[in-house]
Design a protein around this ligand. Structure first.
Ligand code: ADP
Ligand code: AMP
Length: 224
């Protein structure tokens, strides 16, 4: 049930596997705002076989970042939709300094205030376990982990009974490249947002419930 309005842009920053999607789903649901995962949008384009999907598929399979112009086009289109008017949660975007600067420009044009940026801090050993153990529902996108958050019945989603699948880019060799891309291209965003005074770091190495509590405390603190 939605009790409080979000009315702002949230950005979940952090390495692949940090738990951004898991928390973004909960926050988006409780505030009744869209969860905007650029990774999910690209995966959908790939599965539908669109022109965009055909372009990004080999890039994603290598664990590299999609070019900024393609990402920005997708984001601009999505932000123009009416369901973004009361706030939204970005998960996995922006991922380069260029994307962050372009997003600042979009916010200015659209009259959207400064975002609140949450940095999900997790150690490298936990990330590997989270990524290689991740299974996702092919119907509703619910996220599981065979080690830490297993479904009641193996391979089946607790929520809608959908088949659970493993992402192709969660294979260990691709994970290595994705973590390197994060260090090289995305980590500098923590300084970028810290300089703007909008960055909050949370310990994302804790359990899902503990991270959720820490996140809610930050969201409530930031609103008052
Ligand atoms: P991201 O969106 O940052 O890539 P996900 O939310 O998809 O990360 O989570 C990656 C994996 O880690 C999933 O298998 C998920 O179930 C698991 N996970 C998420 N948060 C936690 C947590 N706090 N503790 C343990 N496992 C977690
Ligand atoms: P994710 O689901 O966030 O882990 O993203 C999966 C893949 O989609 C990444 O490894 C990139 O190839 C691509 N991707 C998602 N978001 C972005 C972004 N903001 N910039 C560049 N590439 C992205």
């Amino acid at each position: 049930m939605v009790t409080v309005a979000l009315n702002r842009a949230l950005i979940f920053l952090g390495p692949p596997g940090a738990g951004k999607g898991t928390q973004a789903k909960q926050v988006a649901k409780s505030y009744g705002v869209p969860h905007l995962s650029t990774g999910d949008m690209f995966r959908e384009a790939v599965s539908r076989g669109t022109e965009l999907g055909r372009r990004v598929k080999p890039i994603m399979e290598r664990g590299e970042l999609v070019p900024d112009d393609l990402v920005m086009k997708l984001v601009e289109e999505r932000l123009s939709q009416p369901d973004c008017a009361q706030g939204f949660v970005f998960d996995g975007f922006p991922r380069t300094l260029a994307q962050a600067a372009l997003l600042d420009g979009i916010f200015e044009v659209r009259g959207i205030g400064k975002p609140l940026v949450i940095d999900f801090a997790v150690s490298a050993d936990k990330l590997l376990r989270r990524l290689t153990g991740r299974w996702t529902c092919s119907v509703g996108g619910e996220i599981y982990n065979v080690y830490d958050a297993p479904p009641k019945v193996p391979g089946v989603c607790d929520v809608d009974g959908g088949k659970l699948v493993q992402r192709a880019d969660d294979r260990p060799e691709v994970v290595k490249e994705r973590l390197a891309a994060y260090e090289r291209q995305t980590k500098p965003l923590t300084d970028y947002y810290s300089r703007q005074g909008v960055l909050k770091t949370i310990d994302a190495g804790a359990s899902v419930d503990e991270v959720s509590r820490a996140l809610n405390a930050v969201l409530k603190g930031a609103k008052s």
